[in-house]
Write a protein that binds this ligand. Structure first.
Ligand code: GLY
Length: 398
């Protein structure tokens, strides 16, 4: 099976790739394209190192450079789809069958999660992995896995609240985090694959409820909204991973930007495009000179607060897609910020030197600052969205 998928995918890529004619690019584009391709090479050699260090059955979580120690996770952790997803994105670029084999190995470890009803993170876990696998090598088996995952995710939808439950909580509470906007892409895909509109309806209802309750007048968002699970009333707006309840946690703003951009792509409803533009305007106004977000836009100690490479990468990837839906002037603005982010992440401050960082790609991610967990370390989702953003930018140059 692995062999069949591998040869099918290689055939597809060899014959479908239309590499940009470099002569038609201007000098700045050519220079950036060579940075992008260099990043892909660095990333692929880094992930070959990471692959060698993974214990059987484990997924990478992070690495601590001072001690040279790794943290691994099981398949049920919210980030388990990013490593196979990144391997697939890199394979798409360099066609290295070792990366593809490693991705397939991880996909088989991940597959049972399609039945996991205890997490709202199935979009991250199953779409970033199997979604890319299916895109590169269409296969009914992948479609079944994506559909089962969407069914599991849908069990967490509450009609009264109009949202998918994020974290499990005490009876009466119903916690929804802005991150949950990222799980809607799986539901949109499920409706397209199956013709069953219930997934689409859940996604749109969740996006509408979130739009109504998660955003402040300045278009920043709360991290968590706690609804009454029986009445749907908003009980509290708070944070878990931000600096405080009224702060703008940078990754949360990036999840919102990405999520509403996807929701516009899938619905063509201008309400969501406007929301994505509003969020972009907020983020762009907060970014420091080098365009890499502080871990929270209201973090104590700015300008000396830590930066978050993951928020930077997600923001860049979302801005590149959003640039395709707006007028020329706005599009140029989004692309120039995305490019500035990617250039900075491609430099020595953020990009791992070959052979360093345990095989991760980007330095300086901030996972959960208030808990002092995964702070200023490499993160699989920073890597994933960085590679996705590079691919999106490269595709524009084609
Ligand atoms: N969804 C969890 C995070 O962004 O850290």
């Amino acid at each position: 099976m692995v062999k069949l998928l591998l040869s099918g995918c290689l055939f597809f890529l060899v014959h479908a790739s239309g590499y940009p004619q470099k002569s038609k690019l201007n000098r700045a584009d050519k220079q950036f394209l060579s940075i992008i391709d260099k990043d892909f090479r660095t990333a692929a050699s880094q992930y070959a190192i990471l692959a060698k260090h993974l214990p059987p059955g484990k997924f990478p979580k992070t690495y601590f450079p001072p001690s040279g120690s790794y943290e691994f996770s099981n398949a049920s952790w919210w980030c388990s789809g990013f490593y196979p997803g990144t391997l697939l994105l890199l394979f798409e670029q360099n066609r290295d069958s070792n990366l593809y084999k490693e991705a397939l190995r991880m996909l088989s470890l991940l597959e049972p999660q399609k039945n996991n009803k205890e997490t709202h993170d199935l979009g991250f876990m199953m779409y970033c992995s199997f979604g890319n696998a299916e895109r590169l090598s269409p296969d009914p088996r992948y479609r079944d896995i994506l559909l089962s995952s969407a069914r599991s995710l849908s069990t967490r939808f509450n009609e009264k609240v109009g949202c998918i439950r994020s974290w499990n909580s005490q009876p009466g509470d119903f916690l929804v985090i802005i991150d949950n906007m990222m799980n809607l892409e799986l539901l949109f895909r499920a409706t397209k694959m199956s013709g069953d509109s219930s997934f689409y309806t859940i996604a749109v209802t969740h996006a509408n409820t979130t739009l109504k309750n998660h955003f402040r007048p300045d278009n920043s968002s709360y991290h968590v909204v706690n609804y009454n699970s029986e009445t749907g009333a908003v009980q509290k707006k708070l944070t878990a991973q931000g600096a405080n309840d009224s702060s703008a946690w940078a990754r949360g703003q990036a999840w919102g930007l990405y999520g509403y951009t996807v929701t516009y792509r899938e619905t063509k409803n201008n309400l969501y495009l406007q929301q994505a533009k509003n969020i972009a305007a907020y983020i762009l106004a907060q970014l420091p000179g080098d365009k890499i977000p502080f871990w929270d836009f209201d973090a104590p100690g700015i300008p000396h607060a830590l930066r978050d490479a993951s928020a930077a990468a997600i923001t860049a990837s979302a801005l590149i897609e959003l640039s395709g839906y707006v007028d020329n002037k706005t599009s140029k603005k989004y692309l120039s910020v995305a490019k500035a982010i990617l250039e900075k992440l491609s430099g020595p401050d953020y990009l791992a030197e070959q052979g360093s960082l345990g095989g991760f790609i980007l330095k300086h991610g901030v996972g959960h600052f208030p808990k002092n967990s995964e702070v200023d370390v490499p993160l699989t989702y920073a890597d994933y969205y960085f590679i996705e953003a590079l691919k999106r930018y490269k595709d524009l140059l084609k």
